[in-house]
Design a protein around this ligand. Structure first.
Ligand SMILES: [Fe+2]
Length: 235
């Protein structure tokens, strides 16, 4: 063995031994890890009187809130319990992947439903700061409205969300598209959401998704979006 090869061999052996030692140490620590206390989420109350949203029945709104929103929160808590107790050192990849995927879906379903319900009310207009940002980024409220409405109608017959999002990366507002709960812009904060899953409208509108979109847009209460925009755009 030449001197150069010997130096390389000794260096590689030392690095290999260090890696093995680290692995053994991580394994020992992991084996000793106790289950952690899972985070528990509490459902938010419905922020409006479900009998007073024009064009959407109380039966539809209560069903949506109880079955889909509270269902997502309960599912998330159940997943958190599982994740707190499984042994990540021994669990098969499909179990870890499945639980983490379902955790992401339930988390985003919870968050987006909270934004959706907080955006419903007796219908009003955005406050001055948000209105100015909409003018800046969409060329006017009517242009924003036309885009958001068109995106909602385009998702009819399928499923997903249309979300007015504050994009922290670009420091701008964008209407983002998602055909499931997991597709918001990375780094995007939802301000206002339109639920286009069938459970949000089928009971009242059958397959007439476009009619539902128009009704919801008339019922948008912008107070929550104003509050969120102030928080995110100044962060
Ligand atoms: Fe929903």
């Amino acid at each position: 063995m030449t001197p150069m090869n010997r130096r390389w061999f000794l260096g590689a052996s030392a690095a290999g031994a260090a890696l093995e030692a680290t692995r053994a140490s991580v394994k020992a620590e992991t084996a000793a890890l106790p289950p952690r206390t899972p985070m528990s989420h509490k459902p938010q109350p419905l922020p409006f009187d479900p009998a007073r949203i024009k064009g959407l029945s109380e039966k539809l709104l209560v069903s949506h809130y109880e079955n889909n929103y509270i269902g997502a929160v309960k599912r998330l808590n159940a997943i958190a319990q599982e994740l707190a107790t499984i042994d990540f050192d021994k669990a098969p990849g499909f179990q870890i992947n499945g639980l983490k995927r379902e955790e992401l879906i339930a988390t985003n379903s919870m968050i987006l439903h909270e934004v959706y319900f907080a955006g419903l009310g007796e219908g009003n207009a955005p406050g001055a700061d948000l209105a100015q940002a909409i003018d800046r980024d969409f060329g006017g409220f009517e242009r924003w409205r036309s885009e958001f409405l068109g995106m909602g109608k385009a998702l009819g017959g399928g499923s997903g969300w249309v979300i007015l999002t504050y994009d922290k990366h670009g420091k701008r507002l964008v209407n983002s598209w998602a055909n499931d709960h997991t597709q918001n812009i990375a780094g995007g904060d939802p301000l206002l959401a339109l639920d286009m899953f069938e459970h949000a409208y089928q009971m009242d509108f059958g397959a007439k998704a476009a009619q539902y979109v128009k009704i919801v847009m008339e019922a948008f209460n912008w107070s929550n979006a104003d509050r969120l925009y102030a928080r995110y755009s100044k962060a």
